[in-house]
Design a protein around this ligand. Sequence first.
Ligand SMILES: NC(=O)c1ccc[n+]([C@@H]2O[C@H](COP(=O)([O-])OP(=O)(O)OC[C@H]3O[C@@H](n4cnc5c(N)ncnc54)[C@H](O)[C@@H]3O)[C@@H](O)[C@H]2O)c1
Length: 385
Amino acid sequence: MNKIFKVGLIGCGHISETYFRGHDYFNNFQIIKCADINQENANKCANTYDIQACSVEELLKDDEVEIILNLTIPRAHYEVAKKSLEHGKHVYSEKPMAVNFIEGEELLKLSKSKGLYIGNAPDTFLGGGIQKSIELINQNKIGNVRLGSAIFAYPGVQSYHPNPEPWFANNEGGPVMDMGPYYLTALVNLLGPAKSVHGISTKVFEKRVIGIGPKKDQEFNVECPTSYLVNLEFLNKTFIQITLSFDVVAHQRNHIELYGDKGSMIVPDPNMFGGSVFTCVDDYGTWEEHKTDESPLGKINITSQSERANESATNANYRGVGLSEMAYCIENGLKHRCSGELSLHILDIIKSTMKAADTQTPQEIKTTCTKANFFTLEEIQKILK
Ligand SMILES: NC(=O)c1ccc[n+]([C@@H]2O[C@H](COP(=O)([O-])OP(=O)(O)OC[C@H]3O[C@@H](n4cnc5c(N)ncnc54)[C@H](O)[C@@H]3O)[C@@H](O)[C@H]2O)c1
């Protein structure tokens, strides 16, 4: 039996529900208390899940709490993670690790000096879809991967989010910061660390209109680029062409395609946990389907229509597995997969991509990380209920 880690939640917004659902799947963490700078949000969350609400300060000082789950907004990730570590708590934050590289670097250093774990979403790469893709690459199904493409493109959050402004704000906004973590984390786990990046960016609309909520029909300024066309080179010499955009009504391209010297692969949505992988190893375009819907982290568990235009109606969503895997590693003195090194490398790629486009100068990626081992069924079963 695993130890059940007592978790304190800071940031009781939209995504918190998904982590509470993690209690149904994972056996080694329990969210026992919550806090938010908005007390109303904390109280509502506490009432919904029958836990205790307290102030952020009280939560950080609470001896019972061993891990802080940081689900605040990107701009606050650094400050909350730093305070958590300073109070002697392990911390697991939503993506991205921080909005500035120097902050991420400081967090990683601090966690090491304190002997504490720092973990970060996304954990979607631990799902059936990306893990099946990794398994097939490891089996040399498509040979050495040398080329590929990736795309995340949709119209943006303003139609369905009552407070969309941060997605279009300087430094913290834009598609690379928001959706880049899913794609880049999947690619680094498939191909290894990145080496350099070049790209261009553009802003299609100067203003956007809020679609719902109290500010419905209000216009706001778009401060950052909303589309990026990027060439990312990996240390293993693979080149991936990436489109990240909040300016596209619809498209029919695959999320990620990888081209190896023996064949090609279609990788399922890196924002989700399941989906089939497809491979083709002949000249006639015969695609073989590799299903993941029987795997424990690929099984469909969401059947309600998502409000988000970029998500399919039914999908597999096991967010929280990264937290559970980190808790297991803390207990057993192992290296966790959603590690600080990985998230700092991803933050480095994000910031380098934005700088490369902004300055029209290719950027070298300064950091590196080790590619996590394949997440075996035996390892998954240890943390599942
Ligand atoms: N909503 C989604 O679909 C989704 C999906 C995946 C990941 N995420 C990520 O999860 C994080 C949270 O997203 P969300 O949609 O839940 O946001 P949200 O705005 O709904 O909730 C964030 C909460 O954090 C609180 N907060 C902000 N700063 C704080 C601080 N300094 N101290 C304490 N509390 C603070 C806010 O009051 C709010 O209640 C973001 O990093 C986002 O990128 C969101």
